[in-house]
Unconditional design. Structure first.
Length: 214
C-alpha cells in the first residue's frame, strides 16, 4: 500500500477525470435523451422511426465498440478527435439512448388531461411540453435515470482504450511502472465504490426534494 500512498495524487487526478467524463456525459446525454423521447412520442412517423432506430442501435451494440468507432473510426474520414472529446461524445450518445427510455415512460405516465387543459388555456404544444409535461416527467424519471448515471460512472473505465487517463488508465500506467497489480486495482475499486456511494446519496437527496412537488 506504500506505493498507492506515494502515487495517490496521480490516482486522484484519474478519479477527477472519471468524474468529469461522467458529469459531462450525463449532462449532454440527458439533453439527447429528452429530445429522443419527445421525438418518439410527438414526432411524425419518420422522426419517430429515426428515434427508435437510434435507441435500438445504441442499446444493441457494446459501449466499447461505440467508443472505438467515435475515436478510431472517424479518423478514417479525417475527423481526428481529442481522446477526451471522443469520450464525451461516445458516452453522451450512449447514455442518451438509455435516458430516452426512462423519459419516454415518464412522459407517457402524465395524464392526457393535463395536455388538453394546457391547450385549452391557450398554450402552444412547445409551451405545454416545456412548462407542464417535462417538469413532471423529469421528477418521475429521476430514479431510473439515477441507476443509469451510476452505471455510466463505471463505464467511464472503457475510455482507457483510447488513452484517456481516467482512473483505470492511471492504475494501468502505475502497474506498468512498478509491476505490482493488486494494491492499485484494489485502490481504484475502492475509489469507484466511494464515488458510486456519493452519486447515490446526491441522487437520493434530489429525488426526495423533487417528490415534494409531485
Amino acid at each position: 500500500m506504500n506505493l498507492v500512498l506515494e502515487n495517490i495524487q496521480f490516482l486522484l487526478k484519474g478519479a477527477y477525470y472519471t468524474l468529469l467524463i461522467t458529469i459531462v456525459s450525463m449532462f449532454f446525454g440527458t439533453i439527447i435523451g429528452i429530445i429522443i423521447a419527445i421525438a418518439r412520442l410527438k414526432g411524425n412517423r419518420f422522426i419517430s422511426w429515426m428515434a427508435r432506430t437510434y435507441v435500438s442501435i445504441i442499446r444493441g451494440t457494446p459501449t466499447l465498440v461505440q467508443i472505438i468507432i467515435v475515436y478510431y473510426g472517424l479518423a478514417d474520414y479525417n475527423i481526428e478527435l481529442n481522446p477526451l472529446v471522443a469520450a464525451y461524445i461516445a458516452l453522451s450518445i450512449n447514455i442518451g439512448a438509455y435516458i430516452s427510455e426512462a423519459m419516454r415512460g415518464a412522459l407517457q405516465s402524465i395524464p392526457k388531461g393535463q395536455t388538453e387543459a394546457a391547450y385549452a388555456s391557450g398554450m402552444t404544444p412547445f409551451q405545454t411540453i416545456r412548462r407542464i409535461i417535462l417538469p413532471q416527467a423529469i421528477r418521475i424519471a429521476i430514479p431510473p435515470m439515477g441507476n443509469t448515471f451510476i452505471g455510466m460512472l463505471k463505464e467511464t473505465s472503457l475510455v482507457s482504450v483510447i488513452t484517456v487517463t481516467e482512473l483505470l488508465r492511471s492504475a494501468q500506467l502505475l502497474i506498468a511502472q512498478y509491476y505490482v497489480y493488486m494494491p492499485f486495482y484494489l485502490s481504484i475499486a475502492l475509489m469507484y465504490w466511494i464515488m458510486s456511494i456519493l452519486f447515490s446519496f446526491i441522487l437520493e437527496k434530489i429525488e426526495k426534494h423533487l417528490s415534494i412537488y409531485v
